[in-house]
Design a protein around this ligand. Structure first.
Ligand code: PGA
Length: 253
């Protein structure tokens, strides 16, 4: 049984020094409460530029590292892009792909996300493939059809159940302070599991994370929902207290 994944998406925040400080505080808190690690795996995804600095701080700690995006290309003439292989070389074990902010800021399509998921896996990174509907799509009753379509086109056919995680992040819950209700999360995670089982063998082993306004106060109840196998955390991952606090709440439960 895989541990519950507590993943922090630091987004475009911080400096070299503040990233090092945050990582150091997280490692320190985990060192003081090692029992949480029986239940939870902790992952920090700093800006790629700071991966090396954070890796040095986290060396020897149980914290895994990830990046927030990678190129679909292996290497070469792609100015400004970062190859999956470079991320692995800088200490990343995971990479987030297809976050809704990438889909909206950079017009990333599910087909592009699928290529990225394959390149990531080919370079020994576990892609965390993000999906989720907008408020308008939910209000017009399209949430499940959108999520199905995103799943079917964002996961490379080359991947097996062992190769990836899914993060369900309803766009309207991201950064809004208002997480999805337990009932909505339950229904959607169950639906995602069903769609995954139509796509790959052993779909019951795939970690499906929930993301969108997760905080220490709602972590325990959201973690108790069936088919929630981790969290992708934005705002609350930028403070060691709240990030590790989320893990504590999950472990206590
Ligand atoms: P949030 O962000 O926790 O600040 O809502 C989640 C995410 O965007 O991954």
């Amino acid at each position: 049984m895989k541990r519950f994944l507590v993943a922090g998406n630091w987004k475009m925040n911080g400096t070299v020094q503040s990233s090092r400080n945050l990582a150091s505080e997280i490692c320190h808190k985990l060192h003081q409460t090692p029992e949480i690690l029986n239940t939870c795996e902790f992952l920090c995804c700093p800006p790629s530029l700071y991966l090396g600095s954070v890796r040095d701080v986290c060396a020897g700690s149980p914290v895994s590292l990830g990046a927030q995006d990678c190129s679909a290309e292996e290497q070469g003439a792609h100015t400004g892009d970062i190859a999956a292989d470079m991320l692995a070389d800088s200490g990343a074990a995971y990479v987030i792909v297809g976050h809704s902010e990438r889909r909206s800021d950079h017009n990333e399509t599910s087909e592009m996300v699928s290529s990225k998921s394959k390149t990531a896996r080919d370079n020994n990174l576990i892609p965390i493939i993000c999906i989720g509907e907008t408020l308008d799509q939910r209000q017009t009753g399209k949430a499940q059809s959108i999520v199905r379509e995103q799943l079917e086109s964002s996961i490379s056919k080359a991947l097996t159940a062992e190769d990836f995680c899914i993060a369900y992040e309803p766009v309207w819950a991201i950064g809004s302070g208002q997480a999805a209700s337990e009932d909505d999360v339950k229904d959607m995670h169950e639906f995602i599991r069903k769609v995954l089982s139509e796509m790959v063998d052993n779909a019951d082993t795939i970690r499906i994370l929930y993301g969108g306004s997760v905080k220490p106060e709602n972590a325990s109840s959201l973690a108790s929902v069936a088919n929630v196998n981790g969290f992708l955390i934005g705002g609350a991952s930028l403070k060691a207290d709240s990030f590790v606090g989320i893990g504590k709440a999950v472990a206590k439960h």
